[in-house]
Design a protein around this ligand. Structure first.
Ligand code: C2E
Ligand code: CA
Ligand code: CA
Ligand code: CA
Length: 279
């Protein structure tokens, strides 16, 4: 997790020093972030072997009026504890669905998928399925272009209930990805029961894939397992061409990472697509 922190420091113009504000103050401020229009979405491209964009992951940012840009790793855990993640998560989903509907009218963007992160706290709300259904239907977007990213932290409860929720939403056409795969402690026997469409290999495994034979072996095993379960695989945190080449020889055909692009604000993301297509 150290490397994650180093990367956030590189990425954000103004870094929130942990001592600047107490957690309680951030929690209070967070309650106003949504109505104060301080939250915004960045988009990070996901590509196929030929570097063609196939979609993007939606990543939340908090533009704090006094502290500048606060990375999600610093405020999402607080939002999960306070419960604020529920309205925030709904807002992210609404924005993503509206973006998809908007993109549907242009040839360059109409087949792009959007991956939206869903917190376990949000997923475990009793009305989660209803909320997602209403949001998707009201937006008029194509649910087949919407992918929800879940993490293993979800699996603390009744697995049948989780499966039921996933299946209800899959019936609408949307798909599911398991994020940060390999970092949690859930057992494979539980994971294999979840009707997931995609496994996302965590960037901590990708980081040393070229030099750490243990990580190389883990990634190879994850890819094989996913194939056996009929799931596609995407690697996150791909920063160097040789990583991508190795992943490809192992059977991974979808990639996300700084090698292709950092997360970008909407306008920059859209113009990056234009340059990509022009090449
Ligand atoms: P995540 O879902 O694992 O997202 C991937 C993180 O890796 C993002 O950090 C992204 O900027 C970063 N990343 C992308 N490419 C590279 C790369 O090549 N190298 C490295 N080192 N890092 C890369 P970000 O945007 O700071 O988000 C951090 C976490 O915050 C996310 O991790 C996710 O767990 C959470 N998050 C972000 N947006 C949302 C949201 O809307 N809802 C919820 N519940 N969580 C969110
Ligand atoms: Ca994610
Ligand atoms: Ca991840
Ligand atoms: Ca993560």
């Amino acid at each position: 997790k150290k490397s994650d922190n180093l990367n956030s420091i590189e990425m954000y113009d103004e870094v929130l020093h942990p001592a600047v504000k107490t957690r309680a103050t951030l929690e209070t401020d967070l309650a106003f972030a949504l109505q104060g229009q301080q939250l915004l979405l960045y988009f990070q491209v996901q590509v196929d072997e030929t570097h063609q964009p196939i979609g993007a992951e939606v990543l939340l940012r908090w533009q704090h009026p006094a502290l500048g840009m606060i990375p999600p790793d610093q405020f999402i855990p607080i939002a999960e504890e306070s419960g604020e993640i529920v309205p925030i998560g709904q807002w992210v989903l609404q924005q993503a669905c509206e973006q998809l509907r908007h993109w549907a009218s242009a040839p360059l963007t109409r087949s792009l998928m959007l991956s939206v992160n869903v917190s376990a706290v949000q997923f475990n709300q009793p009305d989660f399925v209803q909320m997602v259904t209403d949001t998707v239907l009201q937006s008029g977007c194509d649910p087949r272009l919407l992918r929800l990213e879940l993490t293993e932290s979800l699996i603390v409860r009744n697995v049948d209930e989780i499966i039921g929720k996933i299946q209800a939403l899959k019936a609408l056409g949307m798909t599911f990805s398991l994020d940060d795969f390999g970092t949690g402690q859930s057992s494979l026997s539980v994971l294999k029961r979840l009707p997931l469409d995609e496994l996302k290999i965590d960037k901590s495994f990708i980081k040393d894939i070229l030099h750490n034979t243990y990580d190389t072996f883990i990634v190879e095993t994850i890819i094989k397992m996913a194939k056996n379960l009929g799931q596609t695989v995407i690697a996150e945190g791909v920063e160097m061409q040789p990583q991508k080449t190795l992943l490809q020889t192992m059977g991974c055909h979808r990639f996300q990472g700084y090698l292709f692009s950092k997360p970008l604000p909407l306008e920059q993301f859209e113009s990056s697509l234009q340059t990509e297509m022009a090449m």
